[in-house]
Design a protein. Structure first.
Length: 175
């Protein structure tokens, strides 16, 4: 039997097992694992850690928007190195703030696609915070570092991981 035939046989066996797992039980419920939780039971909202992460992401979006406004003011008053680069930095900042706001709204709704953008935002915020602390711009660097650390903590909290990680299987209780 060739390697393609073996792969085809494995795929068919996997499909049959999936069909059996999703077949209804005698009581009318599917036999497979329960669907992944997207909200806290009874409240209709994501866990508090995800809501806190959404708030942190929103604050970071406002920070980027504030920096874009400062860039626009500097461009308008002629303090930008070149007019074209000042306009470009302002537009990039505004677009980034909008996208970060979109991620914050997705987190608030408990959307799984938001995990990677939120993680990358926290990493980038932490890196920028370190540069700001080395500048030394403590008034910007310390809050940015605290936001990045808090965002990482909320992102990797167990409730957040359960909600935002696709395909994550909850371990059975060991009691």
């Amino acid at each position: 039997m060739g390697s393609r035939s073996k792969a085809r046989a494995r795929a068919q066996a996997s499909q049959q097992a999936a069909n059996r797992a999703s077949a209804p039980r005698p009581g009318g419920t599917p036999a497979g694992p329960a669907p992944a939780r997207t909200v806290s039971p009874g409240t209709g909202q994501p866990p508090r850690t995800v809501l806190a992460l959404a708030a942190i992401q929103g604050v970071e979006a406002l920070g980027v928007l504030g920096a874009a406004v400062l860039a626009a003011v500097d461009t308008g008053t002629g303090k930008s190195y070149q007019l074209g680069s000042g306009i470009a930095i302002t537009l990039i900042g505004v677009c980034t703030a909008l996208l970060l706001g979109l991620v914050a709204m997705g987190l608030r709704a408990g959307r799984r696609w938001t995990r990677t953008p939120a993680l990358l935002t926290q990493l980038f915020t932490g890196i920028v915070a370190i540069y700001l602390l080395e500048a030394p711009r403590y008034e910007w660097g310390i809050p940015a570092l605290l936001l990045a650390l808090a965002g990482m903590a909320m992102l990797f909290a167990p409730a957040s991981m359960e909600l935002l990680t696709p395909g994550r299987v909850k371990k059975p209780d060991s009691s």
